[in-house]
Design a binder for this molecule. Structure first.
Ligand SMILES: NC(=O)c1ccc[n+]([C@@H]2O[C@H](COP(=O)([O-])OP(=O)(O)OC[C@H]3O[C@@H](n4cnc5c(N)ncnc54)[C@H](OP(=O)(O)O)[C@@H]3O)[C@@H](O)[C@H]2O)c1
Length: 239
């Protein structure tokens, strides 16, 4: 049974991918901090591991002995949406630590095993915010641009060893990402009328990409709500 490690598996996109991989027969190691959510996943047959990805020692301990064929680098956060001049230094540090530092460290820990075994697939949950500017999101955009740059360069390093790398360029997905940033009403409005992709749609794409022959690597895929169309929006329908 192929082993898969999924970060941010306790909610949203990561949870949907973890469940889809489990359903497809993978042994899934689900990482996150939310112990109640991890217990729920364990009841479904996944192996839940409680870890804060910014805790380097805890992360190293959590990964000890693992030899995954699939790594889903998905854990991430969005710092408060505000003008960059008003950004708190602590929010900048945390966003860099979770969205970039932990991603590189986790990959550094598990990619050598894939290189040695001559197989594996590493996914990164990037964002349209890594490829287009959004006002009041400069720090988040910077972290997701870093993820995109890292994923594409890593793909070149790993390709000679038969290890595939895929960047998931996600537009708006209905998850808990904005729970601490927006009111429930604002979130409901943001996700109204099929204006967001569902986490299970992203998971379906991950399974489809994994199912392609080993000789094929989807370097990145963009997944957006139909009406979003482009990173920063769609033209209005003519009446
Ligand atoms: N939703 C969107 O519109 C959208 C669009 C593009 C990209 N993305 C990206 O998709 C990824 C998943 O986000 P989501 O939308 O599914 O939001 P979410 O529901 O808030 O999920 C975020 C996940 O990251 C985990 N996480 C955050 N900080 C962590 C830490 N310090 N240590 C360990 N785990 C941590 C959370 O787990 P715990 O709470 O259990 O720690 C949670 O499982 C993120 O990288 C996000 O940037 C989202």
């Amino acid at each position: 049974m192929a082993q898969a490690v999924v970060t941010g598996a306790t909610s949203g996109i990561g949870r949907a991918i973890a469940l889809a991989l489990h359903g497809a027969g993978h042994e899934v190691i689900a990482l996150g901090r939310n112990r109640a959510a991890l217990t729920e996943l364990a009841a479904l047959g996944l192996r839940g591991v409680a870890v804060d990805v910014t805790d380097a020692a805890a992360l190293e301990a959590a990964l000890a002995g693992l030899a995954p064929d699939v790594l889903i680098n998905n854990a991430g956060m969005m710092p408060p949406m505000r003008h960059f001049c008003d950004a708190e230094p602590a929010d900048i540090d945390l966003a860099l630590a979770i969205n970039v530092g932990a991603v590189l460290k986790l990959t550094r820990a598990l990619a050598p095993g894939m290189r040695a075994r001559g197989r594996g697939h590493i996914f990164f949950t990037g964002s349209t915010a890594g490829h287009a500017p959004f006002a009041n999101l400069a720090v988040y955009c910077a972290t997701k641009a870093a993820v995109g740059g890292f994923a594409q360069a890593l793909r070149l390093d790993m390709a000679p060893y038969g290890v595939r790398v895929t960047e998931i360029v996600a537009g708006r997905v209905e998850t808990g990402l904005y729970n601490d940033l927006l009111s429930a009403e604002a979130r409901a409005a943001m996700y109204a009328g099929q204006s967001a992709v569902q986490p299970q749609d992203v998971a379906a794409m991950v399974l489809a990409v994994l199912a392609l022959p080993q000789s094929v690597d989807v370097a990145r895929f963009d997944i957006l709500p139909t009406h979003q169309a482009g990173a920063t929006g769609a033209a209005k329908k003519e009446s």
